[in-house]
Design a binder for this molecule. Sequence first.
Ligand SMILES: [Fe+2]
Ligand SMILES: [Fe+2]
Length: 200
Amino acid sequence: MPKAKKSVRRPARKRSSGTRSAAARDAIALLKQDHQQVKGWFEEFLSARADGRKQDLAERICQALKVHTEIEHEIFYPAFLEATGDEDIHHEAEVEHDSAKKLIAEIERSGPQDDYFDARVKVLSEMIQHHVNEEEKRDGMFARARQSAMDLRSLGEQLAERKAQLMGGKPGTRDEQPSSRSSRTSQSRGKQDLRSTVRQ
Ligand SMILES: [Fe+2]
Ligand SMILES: [Fe+2]
């Protein structure tokens, strides 16, 4: 048996199997999976009673939404606008992101002991539900994207890579759990990027 080549160099960029599977999905499949993940956490929050559980879920929701809106804003939305020229859909989506980010920042500044905490999370869930519907509906952004010349496979890879970077270099799996605030110091610059884009 001939020996396998030993001189083959691996690319410098590491990819875990989780990242590879994320990269194998197209952009819309990846974004829809994010939507489903957050929807599940919102449902859990609305039925949760313990403050600790509410806090944990709110942190997951806020972190996931910050990453999701950021990768859409940086990568998917500009590609959509370039391919379709549809400013109405694009601009409306960006305005909805901005509103969500403000509420996310308020939720992150408060906590379950705050009288308005539950209301803020509930209103955020309604805003996101509306926004997700706008993206996923029959003639919405994703449907228009599918009809366009957008390279959804390549965009999916870019989204997965940026998502992993923003989440601290870890692949964005469904089981991802954000670290507690106090243990975030060693995580990547991605979260600092997010703070600067989300919080004024
Ligand atoms: Fe989305
Ligand atoms: Fe969005």
